[in-house]
Design a protein around this ligand. Structure first.
Ligand code: HXC
Length: 516
């Protein structure tokens, strides 16, 4: 064959692969509000930066009519490109080719980019749109998932792994995204579930729609599986790019810094009076965060899940930080099972990727009740203690107001290893709130008093006077500085300058046993 013929053949083969499952299937894909696998990669990467790998991989299925069936790229496009100028690996499942189903070679392509990402120290973005294990390939398909799960686990804490769900993600396939750091979903397009509506109906009789079962409301607000929810694919990819802009490429790097930027003036003005002195008055802690961080920009994670806790990324004086806070506007900022899971997982991500932890405390404690106790608040709450104690990154805590009982300890207290603890004059650091405390320790005096109601109020006031302030803790060195709210930003920037580059060791061990 002449050279020209060989070049023509290469071009023809490339075109064949780029056509995916054909015009008709691509049209169906677009009609359902979905982009194609290649359009999605174009939306993720910087223009013209994508280098495709394994374009000519073919499946080796021989059963149930698969023999002779062409499956361009075996239903997945893989490769490397840049996002914001930094290298990122990606795979994008092509639903137009055998429903994006995962067979032996499709899995091998994904495994190759996971291996390359780990070896070169670059993040991986997986775009999922698939009917799951390729039924015709049987155990080879299942084995492919196992190979991916193991690689997701080995890469965890080494390179950031992001999962974008843009279509069905069903059965055991959901566990690959679940093993990664962040899951992105898009309204009406993304559906995740272990067993679908038909199986549920057959087994339990329950009738449920695909959207109710595994859509963005289910996973963004209830299960907590999705960390980011978008209205359409364009917004989804801009979220992915924004998250990547905060992350280091791997665990040996620090998160990228940016030029410092003052927060908006009107937010700063509000700050001095934002936290009420009355312990039971609610306020939105996110306003405080925006008044303190660079440019007022806070990238919230799991915005609609366990809203009694708030977590996300921001910058302080140019330095990227992980922010964690109780939210007094929801459940008074109590810690419950879901909030504990949310906080603990974010702490562990931040620790793995070198983000200083900035914790804002205003919580009356763990949420009381049998639902919480029987649901395992003991083991879930323990995760927060474990995660903060285990973390070796710089840890700065600000006690804004209530910090009672175990929740005071859990929210990165000095005893769990906080490097610097700041407190507002409104801070109340005690075993429990004055009302509860007076009822228990002065029960006899109150009962024996001529006017028990007046006696109770007096004992509450005595307890509040004695303990409901930051100075008892400050007298013991458990609080390093008492600051006015208007001094928050400067104090945090200063604190990070002091402890931001500290180093800490842990005893060598295979791994710990995180409470689950
Ligand atoms: C092979 C598949 C497939 C699969 C879809 N297709 N899923 N081929 N294996 N798992 C093919 C279809 O035959 C069809 O081919 C094309 O993809 C598009 O599928 P449609 O059904 O026409 O699309 P739609 O109506 O949009 O429905 C999408 C769907 C449905 C909801 C995903 O296809 C479906 O229910 N598929 C099976 C899902 C499933 O049960 N998978 C196994 C999960 S268990 P043509 O040629 O007509 O275009 C699993 C185990 C993993 O994944 C275990 C890990 C531990």
């Amino acid at each position: 064959m002449e050279l020209e013929d060989r070049l023509a053949e290469l071009e023809r083969r490339r075109e064949q692969v780029r056509a995916g499952g054909g015009e008709e299937r691509r049209r169906k894909q677009r009609e359902s509000g979905k982009g194609t696998a290649r359009e999605r990669l174009a939306a993720l990467f910087d223009a013209d930066s994508f280098l495709e790998l394994d374009m000519f991989v073919e499946h080796r299925g021989r059963d149930f009519g698969l023999d002779g069936v062409a499956a361009p790229g075996d239903g997945v496009v893989t490769g490397q490109g840049t996002v914001g100028g930094r290298p990122v690996f990606a795979f994008s499942q092509d639903f137009t080719v055998l429903g994006g189903s995962l067979g032996e070679m499709h899995a091998a392509k994904i495994c190759k980019v996971l291996d390359l990402a780990r070896k070169t120290g670059a993040p991986v973005v997986g775009i999922n749109d698939s009917g799951g294990a390729r039924i015709q390939e049987g155990v080879d398909a299942l084995n492919g998932y196992g190979e991916i799960f193991r690689r997701n686990t080995l890469a965890s804490g080494v390179v950031p792994q992001l999962s974008v769900i843009l279509g069905p993600c069903a059965g055991g396939a959901v566990y690959a995204p679940a093993l990664t750091d962040f899951v992105f979903m898009t309204r009406s397009v993304s559906h995740m579930f272990i067993t679908g509506p038909q199986v549920i109906k057959a087994v339990t009789g329950e009738e449920v729609s695909l959207e109710t079962l595994g859509g963005t409301q289910a996973h963004g607000a209830k299960s907590g599986v999705a960390h980011f929810v978008a209205v359409d694919e364009a917004e989804c990819f801009s979220q992915v790019r924004e998250v990547l802009s905060f992350l280091p490429s791997n665990n040996l790097e620090n998160p990228p810094s940016a030029p410092p930027e003052e927060p908006p003036q009107e937010a700063v003005r509000e700050l001095t009076r934002l936290v009420p002195a009355e312990p039971n008055r609610p306020y939105d802690v996110r306003r405080l965060i925006r008044a303190v961080v660079d440019g007022g920009q806070f990238l919230e994670v799991q915005e609609r899940f366990a809203t009694n806790a708030v977590v996300g990324f921001a910058r302080l004086g140019g330095r990227a930080v992980a922010l964690l806070a109780n939210q007094p506007a929801v459940l008074a900022g109590c810690l419950d099972i879901d909030a504990s899971d949310k906080l603990a997982r974010f702490v562990r991500f931040a620790d793995a990727f070198n983000f200083p932890l900035v914790t804002l405390v205003d919580t009356p404690g763990y949420l009381p009740g049998t639902a919480q106790e029987h649901g395992g608040i003991i083991r879930h709450g323990a995760k927060v203690l474990y995660a903060y104690s285990e973390a070796t990154v710089p840890k700065v805590t600000v006690v804004l107001r209530k910090a009672y009982g175990g929740a005071f300890l859990a929210m990165c207290s000095r005893s769990l290893g906080a490097d610097l603890v700041l407190a507002y004059p409104t801070a109340e650091i005690a075993v429990m709130g004055p009302e509860g405390a007076a009822n228990i320790i002065f029960r006899r005096e109150i009962a024996a008093a001529e006017d028990p109601q007046a006696a109770r109020q007096q004992k509450i006031a005595e307890y509040r006077e004695r303990f409901a302030n930051p100075y008892v803790a400050a007298a013991r060195g458990l609080v390093d500085q008492v600051i006015a709210p208007g001094e928050t930003r400067d104090s945090l920037v200063r604190a990070l300058a002091v402890v931001g580059d500290k180093r800490e060791d842990r005893p060598a061990k295979k791994h710990g046993n995180l409470p689950l």
